[in-house]
Design a protein around this ligand. Structure first.
Ligand code: ZN
Ligand code: ZN
Length: 382
């Protein structure tokens, strides 16, 4: 399992520090595991990172002491990071670390990640810091925004992952047969994902047959695949900590006219979305293009979710490729940047009849985009 080189980790932390002043903080307590991983290579389920102007301290408990020590001092480790071991609780250790910092007047605002801290943690820290001059400052998405533009190390993993998941899909489509249940097919796919070199499936594999294809987030059940069924496969893999995500639909036997019409609408939306991707275009424009194409074919009402989502350490991350949620929606207006990686996954869902979704992963380039996944977009007839 490879990790980002120490120089890359240093660059990421330096870029984060650049963002302290504009949001009025002098240090940031990073509590979201995906953000801790991005800034330290540490991938435990618990662990925090305290980043100040001059230091970055990884706080972990005894379960991770050895892993963290290897990470900091071992080959390929990040020697610039300090390590603080939790003795009683994370909160107490953080307060002790904060106490050791040189908080000169005016340099006393500790940023916290508002979407990744419990109310209990917040109350505890506020209480524990009352005696000091340090105040907590809410921040959101500081690290997430940096993560939305991938660096070369991340891109080489994501390209590799895109190739691997495409071959898993080709194999999964080949293996579809009437008589097997959704669950059996999903279990086979999960084994193939691991055999293809992934750390794990990126999320619960979706195998939906017949009318279940009308459920965008169907869970594989006991339904048995039958001749005439559409079968929707949506799965992903995490490789060296990075997620890819792919959807295709097969037809067991010749598809009927409805299935052909849905597929044609979704395929035109997929093409329309890709056609607008280039640096500088607002994320919402990709969604608008896909939605317009589906609406022109009469299925606008049946496209019930956003067109895509960013991919990386998390399977859903920035940028959000969806409709504007309010008149001034900063996330919808985020301009696409070279290095952003996201899915394009238009779909139509006709309740209790069926549905189609086609999903690919792409990278924004100087001139447009590069597809990371590569599987024919046809309705795969088995
Ligand atoms: Zn998916
Ligand atoms: Zn997706």
């Amino acid at each position: 399992m490879s990790s980002a080189p120490a120089t890359r980790i240093r660059d990421r932390i330096a870029a984060l520090r650049e963002r302290f002043d504009p949001v009025g903080i002098s240090a940031l307590l990073v509590t979201h595991p995906a953000n801790v991983f991005y800034l330290s290579n540490f991938r435990g389920s618990a662990g925090m990172l305290l980043v100040t102007d001059t230091r970055a301290t990884l706080v972990v408990d005894a379960r991770y002491a050895t892993a963290a020590a290897v990470l900091l001092d071992g080959p390929g480790g990040c020697p610039g990071l300090d390590l603080a071991l939790v003795e009683s609780s994370y909160e107490q250790t953080i307060v002790a670390c904060v106490g050791q910092l040189d908080w000169s007047p005016g340099v006393d605002r500790l940023g916290i990640e508002v979407t990744h801290m419990t109310v209990a943690q917040h109350e505890w820290l506020t209480q524990a810091l009352t005696a000091s001059s340090v105040t907590l400052r809410p921040t959101s998405d500081l690290v997430e925004e940096a993560r939305s533009v991938k660096d070369p190390d991340e891109l080489s993993i994501l390209r590799d992952a895109g190739r691997r998941i495409s071959s898993v899909m080709a194999e999964a489509l080949q293996g579809l047969r009437p008589g097997r249940s959704e669950r059996e097919v999903a279990a086979d796919i999960d084994r193939t994902i691991v055999r293809a070199g992934f750390d794990r499936p990126a999320f619960e594999t979706i195998v939906a047959a017949g009318s279940n294809t009308a459920l965008p987030h169907a869970r594989p059940g006991r339904r048995v695949l039958e001749p005439g069924h559409l079968v929707l496969l949506d799965f992903g893999g995490a490789l060296d900590g990075y997620c890819v995500d792919l959807t295709r639909v097969a037809s067991l036997g010749p598809p009927d006219d409805d299935a052909r019409a849905w597929h044609a609408a979704v395929r035109s939306a997929h093409a329309a979305a890709l056609a607008v991707v280039r640096p500088g275009v607002a994320a919402v424009e990709v969604d608008t293009a896909a939605r317009r194409a589906i609406t022109e074919r009469g299925f606008g009402h049946a496209f019930t979710h956003g067109t895509g989502h960013g991919l990386g350490i998390e399977v859903h991350e920035a940028p959000r490729i969806g409709k504007r949620r309010e008149p001034s929606d900063a996330l919808a207006d985020v301009p696409l940047r070279v290095g952003m990686v996201f899915t394009v996954e238009p779909g139509v869902y006709l309740p209790s009849c069926g549905g189609i979704r086609l999903e690919d992963d792409l990278l924004v380039t100087e001139t447009g985009y590069e597809l990371l996944t590569d599987v024919p977009l046809d309705l795969h007839v088995v």
